[in-house]
Design a binder for this molecule. Structure first.
Ligand code: ATP
Length: 267
């Protein structure tokens, strides 16, 4: 169905500096995705194969989509984000057509980062996917991946899942998702960094980022952003009442954190 295919391609403005923590992951993505496009001759000199996708896994809200978007931002590339459940239109081959259209759109707009969320929904172990139709979709997906690999085009495939154990093993063959990377919940320093990033440009007064980070154990990146949003909302409410905007301080953020609960705990 046409509404699945985005006609206007997003060109993300965020870069790796806008993503808190994840130093190891950023380095992997540089080596596997950014540098091959920026310095293909180096890879050629050493006969190092390029291509293949990266599969990220980990608890929700810890920046998988955000990092994929920043990867496109680093390259000045287009970005197409696809939820597998949106594609899984199980009626009569419709999903195969959708997949083909999505890959085609990425090719037309290359360089382009093609991001698939919830790839576990294509998991071969799922009962609804073990049927003939389900198998068809998986095979179509793998064929498109192999096509991208062999044509050496500027289509870069990233994927994410919260349930890596459901991902079909065929996805992990060489040239497909041959790098599987864990995106962990942010540690103290990463949480402080996420706070700093989302508070950039906001009125603030000597915020103790480390102190807030210590009080937000088990908060995800998305949770940290929620802390900032909540603190700002509260501050704005007061400013509207008092008629004067005051800068955010440490206790505003700690107060906001106390009113929210972390989401990574159950994972
Ligand atoms: P899901 O598994 O639910 O798709 P996800 O890991 O893809 O989760 P994102 O959607 O990337 O999580 O994160 C949600 C939002 O949280 C982002 O848009 C961003 O604002 C914020 N965020 C998460 N992680 C980070 C981070 N490391 N640095 C800065 N912001 C972050």
């Amino acid at each position: 169905s046409p509404e699945i295919v985005v006609s206007e391609i997003e060109r993300p403005k965020i870069k790796f500096d806008d993503v808190g923590g994840m130093d190891k992951l950023k380095e992997e993505i540089r080596l596997k995705i950014l540098y091959p496009l920026q310095h293909p001759e180096m890879y050629e000199a050493y006969g190092k194969k390029i291509g293949g996708g990266i599969l990220m896994y980990g608890p929700p809200g810890c920046g998988k989509t955000y990092l994929a978007r920043a990867t496109a931002g680093e390259l000045g590339a287009g970005f197409i984000s696809v939820g597998i459940s949106d594609v899984l239109d199980m009626w009569t081959g419709q999903s195969e057509r959708n997949l083909a259209q999505i890959f085609e759109q990425a090719r037309v707009n290359q360089p382009c980062v093609l991001f698939f969320d919830e790839v576990d929904a294509l998991g071969g172990r799922r009962s609804d996917m073990s049927s003939g139709a389900g198998r068809h979709v998986i095979n179509q997906f793998l064929a498109e991946m192999d096509g991208v690999k062999n044509s050496n085009e500027g289509v870069l495939v990233l994927a994410a899942t919260n349930a890596p154990w459901h991902v079909d093993p065929a996805f992990r063959r060489p040239g497909r998702f041959d790098r599987v990377l864990f995106v962990p919940p942010p540690d103290n320093d990463a949480r402080a960094e996420v706070l700093r990033i989302h508070l950039k440009g906001k009125p603030q007064d000597s915020i103790d980022f480390q102190q807030i980070a210590k009080k937000t154990a088990e908060f995800s990146g998305a949770d940290m952003k929620a802390v900032v949003d909540q603190a700002i909302e509260e501050k704005l409410r007061i400013a509207l009442k008092e008629g004067i905007p005051k800068p955010l301080v440490t206790k505003d953020l700690i107060g906001a954190a106390k009113s929210l609960s972390p989401t990574t705990r159950e994972w």
